[in-house]
Design a binder for this molecule. Structure first.
Ligand SMILES: [Ca+2]
Ligand SMILES: [Ca+2]
Ligand SMILES: [Ca+2]
Ligand SMILES: [Ca+2]
Length: 247
């Protein structure tokens, strides 16, 4: 009897811990204007969420970062009738953007120091956001910016649309600290139209962020997600977190 109780306890313990709970955020309505200049001074009223090796998900396609100085970040989200706004502040020991050029609209952002914002606008938590028929692209997809300002939205219904306010726009700034490491700030404005205008009606959307870290050129070294099912967090919307828009 004792052995059976112990076994049942362990089965319960393992199943309770098998999957990380999907995180959720309440997104506040914008109070003042967000100016897309890469300065986050205009985000003082919005709470930031810290993401690091302890609470985030390193995608198994690349390795884990050594420590928070190698790669960690915080992000914030707010909205208005026009768009969803995202701010990200990344800590990175070495800045590398050898595979992209500033001004590109279809850059290989996934190979450099970059932020990738993932949107599931119809909030259906599809297991394959990259389905061949591109069904999910009508409601979002992957919107990437590198530390040098290169962009890509090729995995969305709106390729090469960066910089057009009808779709999405943003800005990046970088600052080197005394110890040689970097703080990179990203600001995004993602029009509701790139999400098929669904979230405002529904009051919610699926969302995650993946920050890519390249420290030595070529492919990325690490990819750290706020929420995701590894490997290939970028593909499976069911691993992403939930954003609830404050009415
Ligand atoms: Ca700003
Ligand atoms: Ca790094
Ligand atoms: Ca780096
Ligand atoms: Ca690279």
């Amino acid at each position: 009897m004792y052995r059976l109780t112990l076994t049942l306890f362990f089965i319960f313990f393992l199943s309770a811990n098998a999957e990380k709970k999907r995180p959720a955020l309440t997104v506040l309505k914008l109070k003042g204007p967000i100016i897309l200049d890469g300065s986050l001074d205009d985000w003082q009223d919005v709470n930031f969420v810290e993401v690091n090796g302890g609470n985030g998900v390193f995608d198994g396609e690349s390795s884990k970062a050594e420590n928070d100085k190698d790669l960690s970040y915080k992000f914030a989200v707010c909205y208005d009738q026009k768009a969803l706004y995202v701010a990200v502040e990344v800590k990175d020991d070495k800045l590398v953007t050898d595979d992209t050029k500033a001004g590109e609209k279809a850059g290989k952002c996934w190979m450099d120091d970059a932020v990738e914002v993932f949107l599931d606008g119809n909030h259906n938590r599809a297991s394959n956001a990259r389905d061949k028929a591109k069904k999910e692209y009508q409601f979002g997809g992957e919107f990437s910016l590198t530390a040098n300002g290169a962009a890509t939205s090729n995995c969305t219904g709106w390729p090469k649309s960066f910089g057009d306010a009808k779709y999405w726009s943003g800005a990046v700034t970088r600052k080197q600290l005394k110890d040689g490491s970097w703080i990179v700030c990203y600001e995004y404005c993602l029009s509701w139209s790139v999400m098929g205008n669904k979230p405002l009606k529904k009051g919610s959307l699926g969302f995650t962020i993946g920050v890519q870290d390249d420290d030595n050129g070529g492919q990325r070294d690490h990819a750290l997600y706020w929420s995701g099912k590894s490997p290939s967090c970028w593909k499976d919307e069911s691993g992403w977190g939930d954003l609830h828009l404050q009415p």
